[in-house]
Design a protein around this ligand. Structure first.
Ligand code: MF3
Ligand code: CO
Length: 249
């Protein structure tokens, strides 16, 4: 069952989501060659705590940090480290969840470190475009497949690999609630969306095949072919005639 949230609950989700957005916006000034992924983690953790929120990933099934910092071929769930120093030409996806009074906001953004190659530039543009294309279809009464197919159809002409082993999800008091939201699908299929449902939409796309494996750290999901990847995510409320993106300032 996909929960319908009350306006009071949506208000709490909005506060958590605003802080997530504040973190991701703040990181724009800090992501450059020479910075470690742990420094980025610590900046976000401080902002979250200062604003009365709680980092949701830290301790979740044993994940050790506040942010997921996924560099280059790491698609999602990279673990921040003092030893991992960003260099010119890298891309880093930061995926961040925090809660306010028990309600979670979830967003991800892929940043360029210095100058990246044109093929990587295009990958980021298409992945972010796919997120907004999917979101643009959201309103009361549409099928989940309408959103999923819009995302997939936006990406496919570019020949990129769409990651199929991770999905978006409903969100609320749980960081992951029903439904799972794939980044490809069929129009007219799946559950009907209703006003008050809250969804985390998150296309994950790679330059190669998009097949992934998990590293020995038990978390980092990397592309099998070592190609770079991108990940953009927003937490969004279904409204009567459209949608409301919560993870923005
Ligand atoms: N936004 C991520 C997701 O939806 C959050 C993962 S946090 C972790 O999967 F703790 F699982 F790493
Ligand atoms: Co998510």
């Amino acid at each position: 069952m996909i929960e319908i949230k009350s306006e009071r609950e949506i208000g709490l989700l909005k506060e958590a989501s605003r802080i997530v957005a504040l973190c991701l916006e703040t990181l724009k000034d800090h992501i450059k060659p020479g910075v470690s992924t742990m420094e980025l983690n610590d900046i976000c953790e401080r902002i979250i705590l200062e604003n009365g929120c709680v980092p949701s990933c830290k301790g979740y099934e044993g994940f050790p940090a506040t942010i997921c910092a996924s560099v280059n071929e790491v698609v999602v769930h990279g673990i921040p480290s003092k030893k991992q120093i960003l260099k010119n030409g890298d891309v880093i996806s930061v995926d961040l969840v925090c809660s306010y009074k028990g309600y979670h906001g979830d967003s991800a953004y892929t940043y360029k470190v210095g100058n990246v190659s044109p093929d990587v530039e295009k990958l980021l543009e298409v992945t972010e475009g796919a997120l907004y294309e999917g979101i643009s279809k959201i309103k009361d009464g549409v099928h989940l497949g309408d959103i999923e197919s819009a995302i997939g159809d936006f990406i496919k002409p570019h020949g990129y690999g769409i990651i199929d082993s991770f999905t978006g999800h409903g969100i609320g008091r749980g960081m992951h609630e029903e439904p799972n939201i794939f980044n490809f699908g069929t129009k007219g299929e799946g559950p009907i969306l209703r006003e008050g449902m809250v969804l985390a939409i998150e296309p994950m796309v790679a330059l190669g095949t998009g097949k992934v494996r998990i590293l020995k750290d038990g978390w980092s999901a990397v592309t099998k072919d070592g190609k770079k990847s991108a990940h953009f995510e927003h937490t969004v409320v279904v409204r009567k005639d459209g949608y409301e993106i919560l993870t923005k300032l």
